[in-house]
Design a protein. Structure first.
Length: 321
């Protein structure tokens, strides 16, 4: 990553470097030759040609299947899947084929497939282009899921995904795509596979990912309560050891995620932490998610739908009173 890259630029740089180093990497997706919907693949067709950067029909099921075929044939495909809402169209290929081939073949075959997709509300795209489906993805055995929260981690996530022999989905928050904001520890090249502490504290642990990492840091900055903020990063597989170590110190935990209630990821995290860390808790785990409705189209309603800094402050205060 170059200093000053935004999230998309950092991911593009990592993809470019991977393609330069490995001729087996192919990019597939809608309009990727021209740069894709969010400019992730801009310039790659000029560098590597349209034999390796391939425009596809508007049919996610078909090009996810094509990616699986490339992977089984010895390639390392990178799928630009526009919005994570469209994973629903490709879910049979991703969930029932890519995620299970290694298991079903007794390890004889692997599917080194990387999927990059965008999630999240707040940018006026309406109910069909604004969901957070990471919890759904994280429940599929055989899939690995990363959720980068900064340019450094976007680049690190793409690089790390290409090193895996199993399918990896990298879910970037749309509200962060143009962000150049750095987080503590970005300059130390932390692994994207483990949670990281971005703010130490003693009274409450906040566990979150994506845009809410930045919002949590803003919300607790001036609180009299000492709040530890943890960037989850890897949604599957889960590494709970850093979270449990934090909980030993703070004894109180809030889980924040932009998925719609009741969701899946937050409930899954809370259950796992209750099972492993119940005796560390001095209060029930607080879970803060979006309302259980489709994302509104009206700007004022969408703003009200989004988790705010005030919501986070209220959740923290409720834990210690």
């Amino acid at each position: 990553m170059s200093l000053g890259d935004n999230v998309v630029q950092a991911a593009r740089r990592a993809l470019d470097e991977a393609m330069k180093a490995d001729e087996r990497i192919y990019v597939l997706g809608e309009d990727v030759v021209a740069g894709g919907p969010f400019t992730l693949t801009r310039g790659l067709a000029d560098s590597y040609g349209t034999r390796r950067v391939l425009n596809t029909p508007i049919c996610e099921y078909s090009f996810m299947g094509a990616g699986i075929g490339i992977a089984l044939g010895g390639g390392r495909p990178f799928i630009d899947l526009m919005f994570d809402d469209f994973i629903t169209v490709a879910s049979d290929q991703l969930f029932n084929n890519a995620a299970k081939i290694s298991f079903m073949s007794g390890g004889r075959y692997s599917v080194p497939l990387v999927v990059w997709t965008i999630a999240g509300a707040g940018t006026r795209w309406g109910a069909h282009h604004s969901q957070h489906l990471e919890g759904w993805l994280a429940q599929v055995p055989g899939l690995k899921v990363l959720a980068p929260s900064s340019p450094a981690m976007a680049g690190a996530s793409v690089t790390a995904a290409f090193q895996e022999s199993d399918p990896v989905v990298v879910v970037a928050d749309r509200s962060l795509l143009q962000s150049r904001d750095v987080l503590p520890g970005d300059d130390r090249s932390p692994s994207p596979w483990s949670p990281r502490i971005v703010r130490p504290g003693d009274d409450v642990t906040l566990l979150t990912s994506g845009r809410l990492v930045h919002l949590a840091l803003e919300a607790v900055r001036d609180l009299e309560i000492s709040v530890e903020v943890i960037d989850l990063q890897a949604l599957a597989p889960l590494d709970l050891d850093p979270v449990l170590a934090s909980l030993e110190r703070t004894s109180r935990l809030a889980i924040l995620h932009d998925e719609a209630a009741p969701g899946g990821l937050s409930s899954m995290l809370a259950r796992a932490i209750y099972d492993a860390g119940f005796w560390h808790l001095d209060a029930p785990i607080s879970v803060l998610v979006s309302p259980g409705t489709p994302v509104p189209a009206a700007a004022t309603l969408e703003d009200a739908y989004m988790i705010s800094a005030e919501d986070i402050v209220r959740a923290v205060r409720d834990l210690v009173t």
